[in-house]
Design a protein around this ligand. Structure first.
Ligand code: FES
Ligand SMILES: [Fe+2]
Length: 356
């Protein structure tokens, strides 16, 4: 049974990945052709000619149209067939599906589900995207041979950083600090504070801290596939309250997951920060740290996925830190069920709500 939710906005690409060339991206098992029209807007078409199924990216662009590389059927940027060589009549079935796309903050969003449900107002956003006190930096794309559910649940799981990222994002001071969880808003949130302890490697490099710090990690997971981690540190002497995180060095690590298929996920990551906002050198250094950390996640997640493919005699056990991931999987199952029963607009049943 599929785990792929269709009625949602997904990140198809960074803006920088899309230009005038015909490029193929596979999203939710569907090949998609993306290209920039002459007016700069992005076109998103099914990358498959309706005639003999040649992928359209193997054809060529003529103005804002795409000419198939096999027999020359030509489609406009909305997927309408505008030419059938050798005949005047255009068969009604000669069209290509077009997908709604929206480009914002250097990110290309695509809707792969029922078009009438595509509401751009529901695209993920943060006020910090447009806040001059924050710096935005697009990072890279991590290709992970794992189902996206494994990747997403890692993004609502602060407990793993002590063990998976000991040199960058975690250290042993947090091993036994309990995780709080809240699931009653738009996002599943998991968080914890580690008060008055040694800074992690990341903030030793960027905070210039000499003594102990108060450190926080808030993981926000928006269904189905967008997450951001608000993490930071402040001098322990400041004794900042939970809602005063802007007084410290604060970073949002954003992750946009694009399920390619059931076994492959692309995690495009970027960050926003309220520190070192005028220097690109900091962006480069932060990218290097994230690359170390995310390659550690990739190794874990691919190994877990491979193991999941083998026959199992026992159900995986659940422990206290699993409440976020558990709620996530149940909500995804609800979304899939609603899509299966064609009642995608019905509200969830409101179960599985935890709040500390
Ligand atoms: S396959 Fe595209 S025109 Fe024939
Ligand atoms: Fe991680």
């Amino acid at each position: 049974m599929t785990t792929l939710v269709r009625n949602a906005w997904y990140v198809a690409a960074w803006s920088s990945e899309v230009d005038e060339q015909l490029r193929r991206f596979v999203i939710l098992e569907d090949p998609v052709l993306l290209f920039r029209r002459t007016d700069g807007r992005i076109a998103a078409l099914a990358d498959r000619c309706p005639h003999r199924l040649l992928p359209l990216h193997k054809g060529k662009r003529i103005g804002d149209t795409v000419q198939c590389g096999y027999h020359g059927l030509t489609f406009d940027a909305d997927g309408k067939c505008v030419r059938v060589p050798g005949q005047d009549k255009v068969p009604t079935a000669a069209y290509v599906d077009a997908y709604p796309v929206e480009e914002r903050h250097g990110i290309v969003w695509i809707w792969m589900g029922d078009k009438e449900r595509a509401d751009p107002a529901t695209i993920f956003s943060l006020p910090q995207f447009d806040d001059a006190a924050w710096h935005m930096h697009h990072g890279g794309a991590l290709h992970i041979k794992s189902n996206y559910l494994n990747v997403a649940e890692n993004l609502v799981d602060p407990a793993h950083v002590s063990f998976v990222h000991p040199t960058t994002l975690g250290n042993s001071a947090s091993e036994n600090v309990p995780v709080h969880i809240s699931t009653d808003g738009d996002a599943i949130v998991a968080w914890r504070w580690i008060r008055n302890s040694e800074p992690i490697g990341f903030f030793k490099a960027f905070g210039g801290f000499t003594g102990n710090v108060d450190r926080w990690h808030y993981y926000y997971l928006h269904l189905p596939c967008t997450a951001y981690i608000d993490f930071g540190s402040a001098d322990a002497g400041l004794e900042i309250a939970e809602d005063e995180r802007d007084r410290g060095n604060r970073v949002f690590a954003l992750h946009f997951l694009t399920p390619v298929d059931e076994n492959y996920t692309i995690d495009r990551w970027m960050h926003l920060r309220n520190t070192a906002i005028d220097t690109e050198e900091a962006s480069v250094k932060i990218d290097r740290m994230f690359e170390i950390a995310f390659s550690e996640d990739k190794e874990i997640l691919e190994a877990v996925h491979a193991e999941e493919q083998r026959p199992k005699k026992r159900r995986p056990i659940r422990i206290a830190i699993d409440r976020g991931p558990m709620v996530y999987r149940k909500r995804i199952a609800e979304m899939l069920e609603r899509e299966r029963t064609e009642d995608a607009s019905a509200p969830g049943n409101g179960a599985y709500v935890f709040h500390d």
